[in-house]
Design a protein around this ligand. Structure first.
Ligand SMILES: Cc1cc2nc3c(=O)[nH]c(=O)nc-3n(C[C@H](O)[C@H](O)[C@H](O)COP(=O)(O)OP(=O)(O)OC[C@H]3O[C@@H](n4cnc5c(N)ncnc54)[C@H](O)[C@@H]3O)c2cc1C
Length: 371
């Protein structure tokens, strides 16, 4: 069996793996990303594309700050990726909205924003009333129960498949190899470094980065039996194409750049089930029609399930593996939102340095795992 040798091996070429690889390009290291599409590890290809930092997370202020850092790094990154890849990436950096129904919900969301602002010291958002919401999105006739929305100017939306494609097209131009292989196993090599055993050859490197989504649980077993990570199921309805009226994304009923509307925001811990169930989507469908009644006259043209890569406490995991100074575990459930932070801010850590201060609490140590 052929053996290939590199400095850094990244297992997983979803949005996390490619964002890290792109950030590492230019470090002078020889880098290979190994990726093979699997039926369950599809979060990078089934998501909504929100760059979403509002309401995240009062109980995890550093995680909230990390999201803001990513959102602020995004515009320059997208411009660069477009130039390097030669591909256009549809994106809006004009904020985001969470509509509320009734007065009680309006007050509740408003209280949350007040607390968030107190905790973070700064927060570029607020509640807006119905008149302001109508003025922001004049092409949408909101339902009569809608009293306003939570608004954050640092949110946005990107065409997630275009982002993934652009990263993947840019990598070879930056000298990074992207190789289609099924990684069957990874293990430490005698005398140092790591081996990835694939369906076609063995890949070796000094440094290993596991960015394979939920498959990280299996691939990390050489160092950690129980990765604190679970599949968090999202079920989504796709509504037929309508004229483009949502340049500012609405959480829960988000219009894509192509004009279709994605409904669905539920989180369920149901193992690896991949089938859509009516009870899992009907509540969100009803909510969406109360917010945007015109949807009631439209056809649902597709539905799908996607499994989020969810660390047990809802934060990201950026960590060395226990006993392995050169093996890294990267798992996040908001990897589109965080792609810019992953590209711009994580590479020094993967090259042996420290995590950025805001992300220092995101290692495995918080789960009581020495690393
Ligand atoms: C319905 C839904 C909506 C979402 N909406 C948003 C959103 O609006 N904004 C946001 O920020 N996030 C959103 N997310 C979350 C986001 O999609 C994930 O955080 C992100 O996709 C995780 O990316 P990843 O690269 O870490 O993992 P994955 O997407 O799982 O990618 C892992 C990659 O590794 C490959 N792989 C796995 N095992 C192997 C192996 N053995 N050999 C070779 N390759 C392998 C897989 O094929 C895949 O390409 C959403 C998720 C869902 C399910």
């Amino acid at each position: 069996m052929a053996t290939y040798s590199q400095d850094i091996l990244i297992v997983g070429g979803g949005i996390t793996g490619v964002a890290l690889a792109y950030g590492l390009a230019g470090s002078g290291r020889r880098i290979t990303v190994l990726d093979r599409q699997t039926p369950t590890n599809r979060a990078s290809r089934t998501n909504v594309g929100l760059i979403w930092v509002q309401s995240k997370f009062l109980h995890l202020p550093d995680y909230a700050r990390w999201g803001f850092l990513s959102s602020r790094a995004y515009p320059e990154l997208v411009a660069e990726l477009e130039a390097v890849s030669g591909l256009r990436i549809p994106v809006q950096f004009r904020g985001g909205l969470i509509p509320v129904l009734g007065e009680a919900e309006y007050r509740q969301r408003g209280d949350y924003i007040v607390k968030l602002r107190e905790t973070l010291g700064e927060y570029r958002g607020d509640m807006i009333d119905r008149a302001a919401l109508d003025a922001l999105l004049p092409g949408i006739r909101f339902g009569r129960e809608v009293t306003g929305a939570a608004w954050c100017e640092e949110d946005g939306v990107i065409e997630p498949l275009a982002l993934l494609r652009a990263y993947r097209a840019a990598l070879p131009r930056k000298g990074v190899e992207l190789v289609d292989r099924d990684v069957l196993d990874v293990r430490p090599r005698e005398g140092g470094g790591y081996q990835a055993i694939t369906d076609n050859g063995i890949f070796e490197a000094e440094t290993l980065v596991l960015a394979a989504g939920l498959a990280n649980r299996r691939l990390a077993r050489f160092a950690l039996n129980d990765v604190p990570l679970y599949p968090d199921m999202g079920q989504v309805l796709l509504v037929e194409r309508m004229p483009y009226v949502m340049p500012i994304p609405v959480l829960g009923a988000t219009q894509t750049f192509g004009g279709t509307v994605i409904i669905g925001f539920r989180h369920e811990n149901s193992g690896h089930r991949m089938s859509v169930e009516q009870k899992g989507v009907s509540g969100e469908g009803q909510w969406a029609m109360r917010v945007w009644p015109e949807l009631a006259d439209k056809r649902v043209i597709r539905s799908w399930v996607g499994l989020r890569v969810m660390p047990n406490d809802g934060m990201a995991i950026y960590s060395r593996l226990p006993g392995h100074a050169n093996a890294y575990l990267i798992c996040t459930h908001s990897a589109v939102t965080l792609a810019a932070a992953h590209t711009r801010l994580l590479p020094p850590f993967l090259l042996g340095g420290e995590l950025p201060e805001t992300a220092r609490g995101m290692t495995l140590q918080r789960f009581g795992i020495a690393c």
